[in-house]
Design a protein around this ligand. Sequence first.
Ligand code: FES
Ligand code: FES
Length: 160
Amino acid sequence: MKHTVKITINGVSYQHEVEPRLLLVHYIRDVVGLTGTHIGCESSICGACTILLDGQAVKACTLFAVQADGKQITTIEGLASSDTLHPVQEGFWVKHGLQCGYCTPGMILAACQLLQRHPHPTDEEIRHGLEGNLCRCTGYQHIIEAVKYAAEKMAAGPAA
Ligand code: FES
Ligand code: FES
């Protein structure tokens, strides 16, 4: 039996009939068509599918779409505002925080939560905050630099 879900993603409200077994990551990618959220392990290990659910970073392969009914989601497509990258996106760009980019959407959204909790993170806090997200390319140091860049930019506030 299908269930009706109403989910707001990046400020847009969606309503669909879904099977109760449909994973949230498949809902986002295949039903809504937002393919910036990636799928790696499908077992809660790699973090490629990380999104913000009501502001909390979660792995979208560990939830069913029906569990997100009535909630607000932010995916990587919702972070930039018009032509301006989010500071974390800018940090990954400026500090070469990505190579293949497969882990990057999940890394960036996990970093957003990290910076909410630790606006001025130490390297250790960044490593701890991103330990649920795996990258096979970068060796992580550039990612740490990217998050520190974003922290400084966010602390400085929006440009006049
Ligand atoms: S695909 Fe969800 S954690 Fe790997
Ligand atoms: S940049 Fe390739 S997996 Fe992270």
